[in-house]
Design a protein around this ligand. Structure first.
Ligand SMILES: Cc1cc2nc3c(=O)[nH]c(=O)nc-3n(C[C@H](O)[C@H](O)[C@H](O)COP(=O)(O)O)c2cc1C
Length: 146
């Protein structure tokens, strides 16, 4: 099972983007291609995780990359895995409140422990961590209420 992830900037305003219909069309098509994963959108940025048979994923990625609704920023091939991570999601759209349930601190911890500055560049790591911390900070008032 091959996986890849990418980030892209939306070329449309959020009110022009019909995310639910984009995701439902993607989900129907992915089901026939044997591709699973999820799609997030927040503040003009897409993040998508795709997994499936290697060639099927690469072919679909080529189609997605051509889509004028976004501009690809960075694509990362995550290699072969024994099992699917999201066997039940032919393409799950995760909205902001879904994402709030994700434990960002785990991501932060992982980045700090595993990102080698020689490989990733110190500035990039610092930028990532700052973005994650800012994300958590932005949720402070929400977290305080709990
Ligand atoms: C951010 C983004 C994510 C997309 N993800 C998928 C996807 O997972 N599967 C898919 O079939 N199409 C996806 N699309 C749409 C494709 O770019 C393309 O429009 C679609 O596959 C064409 O479908 P068709 O062959 O039925 O015309 C995505 C588009 C965008 C902008």
């Amino acid at each position: 099972m091959f996986a890849l992830a990418y980030a892209s900037y939306s070329t449309l305003d959020s009110n022009e983007l019909d995310l639910e219909s984009l995701a439902s069309h993607a989900s129907t098509k992915n089901a026939t291609l044997g591709i699973t994963g999820y799609l997030c959108y927040d503040h003009g940025v897409f993040f998508q995780y795709l997994e499936g048979e290697r060639q099927a994923v690469l072919d679909l990625m080529e189609v997605i990359a051509q889509d004028s609704r976004h501009d690809l920023v960075n694509k990362v091939e995550l290699g072969e895995h024994e099992k699917r991570v999201f066997p039940d999601w032919s393409m799950r759209y995760l909205n902001r409140s879904d994402l709030r349930c994700v434990d960002l601190e785990n991501v932060l911890e992982h980045s700090l422990f595993h990102m080698d500055p020689k490989l990733y560049g110190q500035e990039n790591i610092v930028a990532l961590i700052k973005a994650l911390v800012a994300n958590i900070a932005a949720r402070q008032s929400h977290l305080n209420e709990v």
